[in-house]
Design a protein around this ligand. Sequence first.
Ligand code: IMP
Ligand code: MG
Length: 177
Amino acid sequence: MTAPPNIERVLFTEDQVAARIHEVAAEISEKYRGRDLKLVAVLKGAVFFLTELARAVEIPVKIDFLAISSFGSGAPGMVRIAKDLDEPIQDEDVLLIEDIVDTGFTTRFLLQTLAGRGPRSIGICTLLDRTVRRIVQVPVDFRCFEIPDRFVVGCGLDYKQLYRNLGYIAVMHPDKS
Ligand code: IMP
Ligand code: MG
């Protein structure tokens, strides 16, 4: 798509993103070979990453989705499940697919929620990791890129629901658009 206004710089090009997703997919294939893996993606941001990752993984996988929404005044970590998974995850190897782990609140909530359903194992795989802003610790098993403390869009990440369909990841000034 056409570059949005207020793009400051491209952090990772489309080719770099694709190459890195293939590397991470190879790690996942290696770790879960011989097991039944279910990829659980968080709507909407992680969908773009999920489809690219799932095609690059060399083992058969199941997929399922959930959606969350913030409630209350938007205090950090105040999230609830807005759309739940379609199927149970009991005794399954589950990999939670995230677009970004930032403060960690969302991921920790999801991890605790899913862990309570008796999966055989549960891991976290994120496209982007911004560890400098972490408030609660979460065990990230697979990460494509570590990013600096700047707002980014593209590859599923939005600004006011826009720019998810950018093929690359870019830093933008959200305040000046
Ligand atoms: P956390 O609970 O602070 O880890 O927030 C994670 C959520 O905030 C992500 O799933 C994104 O929806 C959103 N988010 C955090 N940083 C960015 C960013 O730089 N661009 C777009 N969305 C972001
Ligand atoms: Mg968002």
